[in-house]
Design a protein around this ligand. Sequence first.
Ligand code: ATP
Length: 231
Amino acid sequence: EQQQQILSLDQVSKRYGRIQALNNVSFTVPAGSVFGVLGPNGSGKTTLLGIIMDVLKANAGTYTWFGQTPHEDLRKRIGSLLETPNFYHYYSAIRNLQITAAVKGRGEDDIERVLQLTELWERRDSRFSTFSLGMKQRLAIANALLGRPEVLLLDEPTNGLDPAGIAEIRELIRNLGQQGTTVIMASHLLDEVEKVCSHVAILKKGVLLTSGHVDEVLANEDMIEIGAADL
Ligand code: ATP
């Protein structure tokens, strides 16, 4: 079975002074997966996302995107919410997306597609300022999807949302996976990863404990040793 690799990390380490934020981390993200990077606060998730987005430099190790050494052209294939878009509060959802579409050279068909996908089509003419936090997060995802990325990076995508917003975002992420967009998401919530992800890598204090299919990893008895209760 040949499966394209979206992202592969090989022995990546990162220090901040005396703090070893990542220690020889290696794992592979297969195409079409919803890949959870799971770990408690301070385990190195955000640092890892920063490195693969090239905003932080690793002290050691390498990584590849789509089997290639990172270069500028690959950036177009990666969508991310790491830099939150600056939406105009007094503009409608669709107007905000039209601005991004103009920058990225996308058309009305793309705007409609991402509004449908995020279930914001009905609310497209509402002002951004009237949106709930969950809707704002969905619009941010819609905005990132406008570029038609092959992979979407999310850092704690349900943080700060109410239960309805959390459920909506989780469903959206599952749908993205089903439609073939690979998703890489950081989370400190074990139940979120169980509900949403097909694959997981578990980090603790910068060390990769295990990675693989969610079903296999989370069924493992070692989860008790790993300290699943902390997650
Ligand atoms: P959180 O969910 O709280 O953001 P995390 O799993 O994303 O946690 P990181 O933010 O990557 O973890 O942090 C990993 C470790 O590196 C922590 O001990 C943190 O205090 C430390 N750290 C992160 N950024 C810096 C920095 N800029 N300078 C110094 N130490 C840092």
